[in-house]
Write a protein that binds this ligand. Structure first.
Ligand code: BES
Ligand code: MN
Ligand code: ZN
Length: 490
């Protein structure tokens, strides 16, 4: 699919289908549109009337254009209220257009959408992202794809100029989102700690990133007892992955991204019971997948920021070698942890990941993790929790996420709740009471950061979509690659 920006006037464009965007309660046909309507024998007015189309967000209608019109089909798309127009409105509108275009077997498509904040580059990038991400299909595990691929060959986005660079950037960002989706969607007998590390190796080769993989002995030498405790029941070796992107000149900033990378979470001896969603726990490397997705994008966009991508990859299994509930582990910063629940394993792997990140003397650290079911209870499937020790970093993430169209909600770092993690025998327990479970998880992680500005993203809900939702199809979403990339680009 070739996406292009063009200044071809609406009245001169020809192709299989034209998609016109309308704001809510602004469906009067005036100016250029009224000339187009005349050219199409009044089809636009007719369709709006017949479909009782009001321009509501997510609404759409399609019809054939009779006569000898140079455009065969008309698609009208609701963009919601005009004063609420955002990049995400267009990203979602583009996803609706893409799905309709596919259904209607359109090959050449024109899109006529408004420009957001006079920024043609960001506007076209959001439209391109909406098209590409909503059309992405993962047929790797089907012997025959059920769903026919889209026939879209060219998409002309009208009235924005060529914007080649913005389109290329959007395509690059989508390649990272799609990598994250494919890693998350792949089952645990395909993506395991070894193959996950191989993916990181390939990224390093393809995009000239530095890579260091700490093997089990290296982790032992560094005293990563928390990570290794989780890894000890797996038949597969743990892989502590450290990818680095270094710009050519002096970096403006140094950042670290740490992603939870459990290629499967059985719960360990506190085994997840039936009905616990154990069969979905291949997604427990969603943080690591988005970290690698972001690395893929950053390696191509080459900003003047140094970025460290850290994934402590393993699987949480059971065997005679497994951690016993009650075992005490020592993390690489010397703190001791009583593992009162082996199913709170993500924070154990992240503990050593965060200590490692801080030793790199970066300016800020962001971790992202499918950490707690409690965060899903609090915020649902669409919104990630955001905890931070630093207001500037919080604002940076919020701004990055708004442009990306990915949702975060700032959660409290309520120190008092640390009482729930007090252990009579070790420095802390890994699990607190049920109430406020996502907050105690964040407080646990905070024990492994000394002074570097740090943010924690609990992405347990948004990494997976049960059904089609915005630019996401059912399945892995690639959340929050776009936010991470925007954050790094600044
Ligand atoms: N990976 C899970 C969290 C999770 C749950 C992610 C549902 C995605 C969907 C995590 O390792 C876990 O098991 N958390 C426990 C923590 C509890 C034992 C304190 C949970 O949320 O139940
Ligand atoms: Mn778990
Ligand atoms: Zn987990």
């Amino acid at each position: 699919m070739d996406i292009r920006g063009t200044d071809t006037p609406l009245l001169d464009w020809s192709g299989d289908a034209i998609a016109l965007g309308f704001f809510e309660n602004e469906t009067d046909i005036t100016g250029e549109l009224s000339q187009l309507d005349q050219k199409m024998g009044g089809t636009i007015t007719e369709l709006i009337e017949e479909a009782e189309f009001e321009g509501k967000s997510g609404s759409s209608a399609v019809t054939r254009i009779g006569g000898n019109s140079p455009i065969r089909k008309l698609i009208i798309i609701g963009l919601g209220k005009g004063d609420e127009l955002s990049l995400d409105t267009l990203r979602l509108g583009a996803a609706v257009v893409a799905r309709l275009g596919k259904k209607e077997k359109v090959q050449t498509l024109g899109i006529h959408f408004p420009v957001v904040n006079d920024d043609a580059g960001k506007t076209i990038a959001a439209i391109a992202e909406g098209m590409i991400l909503s059309l992405h299909q993962d047929n790797r595990f089907k012997s025959e794809p059920e769903d026919k691929p889209s026939k879209l060959e060219t998409v002309d986005i009208l009235g924005v100029g060529e914007q080649t660079e913005a389109i290329e950037q959007a395509q690059t960002v989508c390649s990272g989102v799609i990598l994250a989706r494919e890693l998350v969607a792949a089952p645990a007998n395909t993506v395991n700690p070894v193959t996950f590390a191989e993916t990181a190796q390939t990224l390093a080769q393809d995009y000239g990133l530095d890579i260091e993989i700490l093997e089990q002995q290296d982790c032992e030498q560094r005293g990563m007892g928390a990570f290794l405790g989780v890894a000890q029941a797996s038949d597969l070796p743990p892989k502590f992955i450290h990818l680095t992107y270094k710009p050519t000149g002096t970096p403006k900033r140094k950042l670290a991204i740490v992603g939870k990378s459990l290629t499967f979470d059985s719960g360990g001896l506190n085994l997840k019971g039936s009905g616990s969603g154990i069969e979905t726990m291949k997604m427990d490397m969603g943080g690591g997948a988005a970290t690698l997705g972001a690395a893929k994008v950053i390696g191509q966009l080459k900003p003047d920021v140094e970025v460290h991508f850290i994934c402590a990859a393993t699987e949480n299994m059971i065997s005679g070698k497994a951690m016993h509930p009650g075992d005490i582990l020592t993390a690489s910063n010397g703190k001791t942890i009583e593992v009162n629940n082996t199913d709170a394993e993500g924070r154990l792997t992240l503990a050593d990941g965060l200590v490692f990140a801080e030793q790199l003397e970066v300016d800020a650290i962001v971790d992202l993790a499918t950490l707690t079911g409690a965060c899903i209870v609090a915020l649902g499937d669409n919104i990630s929790g955001l905890w931070s020790t630093d207001e500037t970093l919080t604002e940076e993430i919020k701004t990055a996420s708004e442009t990306a169209g990915e949702k975060f909600w700032v959660m409290p770092m309520e120190e008092k709740y640390f009482e729930g993690l007090k252990s009579p025998i070790a420095d802390m327990k890994n699990t607190g009471p049920r109430a406020g479970g996502s907050i105690t998880a964040a407080l646990f992680l905070k024990q492994f950061i000394k002074e570097t500005p740090w943010a924690h993203l609990d992405i347990a809900g948004p990494v997976w979509a049960d059904k089609e939702n915005g630019v996401n199809n059912a399945g892995a979403t690639g959340f929050p690659v776009r936010t991470l990339v925007n954050w790094v680009l600044g």
